[in-house]
Design a protein around this ligand. Sequence first.
Ligand SMILES: Nc1ncnc2c1ncn2[C@@H]1O[C@H](COP(=O)(O)OP(=O)(O)OP(=O)(O)O)[C@@H](O)[C@H]1O
Ligand SMILES: O=C(O)C1=C[C@@H](O)[C@@H](O)[C@H](O)C1
Ligand SMILES: [Mg+2]
Length: 187
Amino acid sequence: MTENLQIPLREKNIVFIGFMGVGKTTIGQLVAKKLYRDFVDIDVEIEKTYKMPIPQIFQEFGEPYFRQIEKEFIIDTCMNTRLKIVSLGGGAYLQKEVREVCLSHCIVYFLDLSWDSWKSRLPLIIDSRPVLKNKTLDEIEELFLKRLDAYSLHNSKIRIHDQDAETVADHIAESIKITWDIYQPQD
Ligand SMILES: Nc1ncnc2c1ncn2[C@@H]1O[C@H](COP(=O)(O)OP(=O)(O)OP(=O)(O)O)[C@@H](O)[C@H]1O
Ligand SMILES: O=C(O)C1=C[C@@H](O)[C@@H](O)[C@H](O)C1
Ligand SMILES: [Mg+2]
């Protein structure tokens, strides 16, 4: 998928990527408010369409089916919408076609949380993320490190340590405004 030069920088969707639990949904929502943009969470869109939570979709249809619909929702959002703040599910960006459509049509923002900080979030998400089910902490760390290769393909990133979501979102919104002004100044 070649770069879509037709979309002005300021109109491009901003897509948040990163491991599950780094805060894509939480921070994406806050950034959307700060930039007066609509927010789209791909997991939530899938849940609304299928009228069931993601763990139930995994259970009833299996992970390969979930990955297929996840890819279709993302391609549709990237190709047919503008001016949105979009948060992906944590595993979506592992798919080559997802990376290609995001990088060619949107600004891709990686939320990079250290493993040590991430570990303390595990109790918050363990019950609602089927991919973490029945895994030891070592196995989760292996997955966390393995996925970094895919997430390294991005336009911009923020290294999060222990800053709260509001602080991270403020920083991201400011950095996006600066980028807009540098590369596409308004009169
Ligand atoms: N900066 C932060 N500091 C502390 N807790 C946070 C921060 N950002 C998010 N959280 C908390 O971490 C948990 C996971 O956040 P969130 O659901 O936004 O992650 P996510 O990246 O969207 O995960 P997934 O990939 O599974 O969709 C939530 O309970 C949220 O409140
Ligand atoms: O990292 C993952 O593989 C996932 C993350 C969640 O956002 C959901 O998309 C689902 O639980 C799978
Ligand atoms: Mg999320």
